[in-house]
Write a protein that binds this ligand. Structure first.
Ligand code: MV4
Length: 450
């Protein structure tokens, strides 16, 4: 096991990683910007190092400063959390060059999955079902026209360097293709410095279902079931749950086993998430995330496996904690991302929390790094905390969620709690009958009062 882990992140995930380190008996180093001097992860870590001013590019994304912090403290591993440097292959390489372990996959796998065309080609070769499409960069407009004709409209233009919804365009007719290509290319060039695009069949109302995996880097890998992340707004997930209301055990086992087999084949190391669009009974690979995700607690609650702890263990060269047959799914879990935002306009609402009372009781978990009197800085994401609720059935989970939402008090700032209180009353939500555009359509109907 490592002796000392530097946590290159902030907020609730820094605290989440710290907790796993404490249980493993590993010393911890917090790094922080000047805006985070009062942050919980700084207070609870064994040591802390200030790595720069508030803008993330000068602190949490500042590779030389983080390397220096490793050097000063003698940390032998870095946990990147999510966001920031967590999917930066070059960062993983630089750490290795300085004899510091990166707690995550090998750089080659981070790089492969960062290129969406290469990732899709790899997924297809590994036997995963993909979205019908070009499977390669599209050249000129003529070639695109021919491809779109073959795929059949509607099609979607996507940026190879994309992800998170940037550089995407839906094209419903041949006449719209040329301008859509130009816009997508321009957006991709501006956002990623790469104007490579590809074409796919467009799914109108799919679900977004992702499979959690864990690999030891030596050819052993297991899947830990799925999360349904369809409830999102502007590509920001709002509510995640597992199991998906759309799947049964046989469907889960089938797609899960195919994903696990693919991970064995590439000797994947660490935790990862394989994302699919799910439509009309079929799975279609879109992307793979090579990091621990915000919504990982959903899987932890239904499997009883500590994903962050196991992520650290496999990074240190340990074997998997169990075989696929021993993974048992029990009950249902829902996570609500409580943000410091107005529940109707979603305008950020940073500032001081003057009263804080998180809910508790059986089946209720709150992953948060805020406290009574803490001021949420305006520089980073607006997550106040994640409310994760577990129940034996989905109905019990919803019942507990309602109760927990009623208990939750965050005063002094606006939060998205009123949105969740409205969602748990909605028939489609209660029935599990939703898709990736459901939430935006619901918000357009104007049913939430802040
Ligand atoms: C799609 C799609 C429909 N058809 N691809 C958006 C983020 C990016 N990672 C993939 N995305 C989509 N790809 C095809 N062929 C619809 C989306 C999409 C979406 C996907 C998952 C979760 C939320 C979404 C919201 C809008 C669009």
């Amino acid at each position: 096991m490592f002796d000392k882990i530097l946590i290159a992140n902030r907020g609730e995930i820094a605290l989440r990683v710290l907790r796993a380190c404490k249980e493993l008996g590993v010393a911890t180093v917090a790094v922080h910007s000047t805006a985070d001097e009062d942050a919980m992860h700084v207070r609870l870590a064994d040591e802390s190092v200030c790595i720069g001013p508030p803008p993330a590019k000068d602190s949490y994304l500042n590779i030389p400063a983080i390397l220096t912090a490793c050097e000063i403290t003698g940390a032998d591993a870095v946990h990147p959390g999510y966001g920031f440097l967590s999917e930066n292959a070059r960062f993983a390489e630089i750490l290795a060059e300085h004899n510091v372990h990166f707690i995550g996959p090998r750089p080659e796998h981070i790089r492969l999955m960062g290129d969406k065309i290469a990732a899709k080609r790899a997924a297809k070769k590994l036997g995963l079902p993909t979205v019908p499409g070009s499977d390669d960069a599209v050249g000129g407009d003529e070639e695109a026209g021919r491809l779109a004709g073959e795929i059949g409209f509607p099609v979607m233009v996507k940026a190879a360097a994309g992800g998170g919804g940037r550089g995407m365009k839906v094209v419903r007719a041949a006449t719209e293709l040329r301008p859509a290509l130009a816009t997508a290319r321009a957006e991709a060039k501006a956002a990623f410095g790469d104007d490579t695009v590809y074409l796919e069949k467009y799914f109108e109302r799919p679900r977004h279902i992702e499979i959690q995996v864990l690999g030891d880097g030596n050819g052993s890998a297991i899947h830990l079931g799925e999360r349904d992340c369809s409830l999102q707004r502007r590509h920001q997930k709002v509510w995640e749950e597992g199991p998906s209301p759309a799947l049964n055990t046989a469907m889960r086992d089938k797609i899960g086993e195919r994903v696990a087999a693919a991970m064995r084949e590439i000797k994947y190391l660490g935790v990862g998430t394989v994302e699919f669009l799910y439509d009309d009974g079929g799975f279609h690979f879109i992307e793979m995330n090579t990091r621990i995700q915000v919504e990982h607690p959903v899987t932890e609650m239904i499997t009883d496996i500590d994903l962050v702890l196991e992520q650290i263990r496999v990074a240190a060269g340990n074997e998997l904690p169990l075989q696929q047959d021993s993974v048992k799914f029990h009950g249902h879990a829902i996570e609500c991302r409580v943000n410091a935002e107005n529940a109707v306009s979603f305008r950020p609402s940073p500032g001081k929390i003057v009263h804080y009372h998180p809910p508790g009781g059986l089946g209720v978990r709150v992953d948060s790094a805020v406290y009574h009197g803490y001021a949420i800085p305006p520089y980073y994401d607006s997550l106040v905390g994640k409310l994760i609720v577990h129940g034996k059935t989905r109905a019990e989970c919803l019942m507990r969620l309602k109760r927990a939402l009623d208990e939750f008090v965050v005063d002094g700032i606006e939060t998205t709690l009123p949105l969740f209180r409205a969602l748990v009353q909605e028939k489609d939500i209660i029935d599990g009958d939703y898709h990736i555009h459901w939430l935006e359509e619901f918000l357009t109907r104007g049913a939430v009062e802040p």
